[in-house]
Structures are given as C-alpha cells and as structure tokens.
Design a protein around this ligand. Structure first.
Ligand code: GRF
Length: 209
C-alpha cells in the first residue's frame, strides 16, 4: 500500500477531501510549517499523525527542508502531496522527491504561476479558469501537469467566488489523481509519465462548465 504524506500550511480543505475519499493508499502523516494550521485539526480528527516543522526555527531553507526530508523518510513515504503548502522548496529537496511529489495550483498552468491567480484571471478577462495538479520540479509551478479542472468564468464572478468554485473543483480532482497514482493508473517512469500504460501527452481534463 502506497504511503502518503500531505504537506499543508492552512485550512486543509484539500486534505479533508483526500481523507474523505478513502484512498487505496494510506495517509501516514501530515506536516505543517504552521502550528496554527486548521489542517492539523482535521488530521487529528482522522487519527493521522501530525508534525509541525516551523520554518522560522531553522537558520535557512535547506535546514528546514532537511528536517522535512528526515520526517518523510521516518514515515517511509512513497508519495508527497502538497495541499496548500506555502513554502518554496529547495532544489535538493525537490530532486530527492522528484516523481514522488505532486502539487495542486489554482490556475490552468502554465498560465498564472504564483499567487493571486483568481484576480489575475479576472483582470485579463479570461473565459476559462481552474486548477492544475502537477509533479513538483525545482522551477515553481512548472512540473508536468497530470490533470486540470476547468470552469467557465461567469460575468458575476469576483475573486472570492472564483476561489470557492476552483476549490470545489480541486476537491473533486485531487483525490482522483492521488488514487490513480496509488493504483498505478498514473506512473512516473524513465520514459515519461504513463496514464493507463500510455505516455501522457497532455493533462487529463475535468470540465465543469
Ligand atoms: C488551494 O487553493 C490550492 O490550490 C493552493 O492552496 C489552496 C489550499 O487550500 N495550492 P486548502 O488549505 O486545501 O483549503
């Protein structure tokens, strides 16, 4: 059984969706860099081990990442799932977990890397918006995309309503993609990423238009 660690910093609604999904893999632990993250409460209620690794207590990013790396090794983790984890990871850490670490980002990557994606979509006047699940590589929000949830921006949408709508999509597609990794439907191989034993050419799209 695949052992999963979820890394969080905030509310943890994606963590909750993963817990609720009853995955074939097991969430063996949740790490937060913030002691006050509500995600920790959700993990405790689900009887999942938690660990706070507060970044301010480390002299530099690499030392913080080393502490996380050690914890992941101690839990014998196969898959690291970033779910609202708001720290940039060092290249060394990312390399150590390459092909075994995924993230969800609230935009249709490669559009709108970084922060404030909903407002930026509105400012541009885009018709479509959504979220992307991707492997984590050293470059921010740039690893291979596995799946995207797509929605149509409504005329009355504002940044808060878009954030809510994208969140709802995230809660649908993140558990699905994690389950596909757990069952080998998605595989990271030397040849590339496989989906149902074929090279994945483009992310799997879920549309809620
Ligand atoms: C989500 O919008 C996700 O796309 C981004 O951080 C947010 C996490 O929300 N990476 P939550 O903590 O899972 O509620």
């Amino acid at each position: 059984m695949i052992k999963i660690a979820v890394l969080v910093s905030g509310s943890g609604s994606n963590l909750q969706a993963l817990i609720n999904a009853k995955l074939s893999g097991k969430i063996v632990g949740v790490i937060s860099n913030k002691p006050e993250a509500y995600a920790l409460e959700r993990a405790k209620q689900a009887n999942i081990q938690t660990m706070v690794i507060a970044h301010q207590q480390y002299p530099h990013r690499e030392a913080f990442d080393d502490a996380m790396h050690q914890q992941l090794l101690d839990w014998d983790v196969d898959l690291v799932v970033l779910a609202g984890f708001m720290r940039i990871l060092s290249a060394k850490f990312v390399q150590a977990w390459e092909g075994k670490m995924i993230n969800i980002h609230p935009s249709l990557l490669p559009n709108y890397k970084g922060m404030h994606t909903h407002q930026r979509v509105l400012n541009t006047g885009d018709v479509y918006h959504g979220c992307t699940i991707h492997y984590v590589t050293a470059e921010l929000d740039a690893g291979q995309a596995l799946a995207q949830g797509v929605l149509q921006v409504a005329q009355h949408d504002h940044a808060t309503s878009l954030a809510q709508r994208v969140h709802t999509l995230e809660h649908m597609i993140y558990p699905q993609v994690v389950e596909w990794i757990c069952t080998g439907t998605i595989q990271h191989t030397a040849l590339g990423v496989l989906y149902r034993d074929q090279i994945m050419q483009k992310p799997i799209q879920f549309c809620k238009l």
